[in-house]
Design a protein around this ligand. Sequence first.
Ligand code: B4P
Length: 192
Amino acid sequence: MRLVLLGAPGSGKGTQATRLREHLQVPHISTGDLLRAAVAAGTELGMKAKVVMASGNLVSDDIVLGMLEERLLKPDTANGFILDGYPRNLAQANALEKLLEKIRQPVDVAVQLDVNTDLLVERIAGRAKAEGRADDTPEAVRHRLNVYNESTAPVVDFYRNHGSLVHVDGVGGLDDVFNRIIAAISHTHDVG
Ligand code: B4P
């Protein structure tokens, strides 16, 4: 199963991807996590990404694609993967399509998690208290939501046009949302 998880910041992508990884037995690849690991390791790429992420902007397409390509080429992706946080704009969507064509692993399904803005802000404020992530400050969150609406929302149409999009209501308990995702993707593969 090759699945792309789409949704605004705070829509539950990372949260649900962790559960889907267990259920589908394929790796969870989060570009946010890859970038945060590079920041924590203090690599040159991490130093560049740190400031951009804290401001709520997108890290440059070249950097993220290079990082993603390296990760997708690891042998554990042979049976599929869950992609979380990528693609975030149309250039990334096109780059991903080319890359996956090259490795003959096209996307099976793109899941868009729908959550209203008030709830997104509330969830991220909760995480800010719990984890203190640098990009969860009110200013950065406002900016991330604007970036999402301008750059990432068109990616939903990209997958709709490819016929691989499913919408899932992301409001509700973690188990409820998870069960909705499983039901929504069950037509693509045997997902148990
Ligand atoms: P990400 O790490 O992708 O962060 P995110 O959009 O906030 O989503 P995340 O997955 O972490 O949160 P979730 O919705 O699960 O990106 C961070 C930054 O990295 C970006 O701003 C950008 O700078 C950079 N970046 C990443 N990918 C990039 C790319 N492709 N190109 C360029 N730059 C890139 O959860 C949020 C909160 O909601 C959590 O506290 C969770 O517990 C809670 N929650 C989730 N589901 C819930 C539910 N059902 N009910 C109640 N709470 C829930």
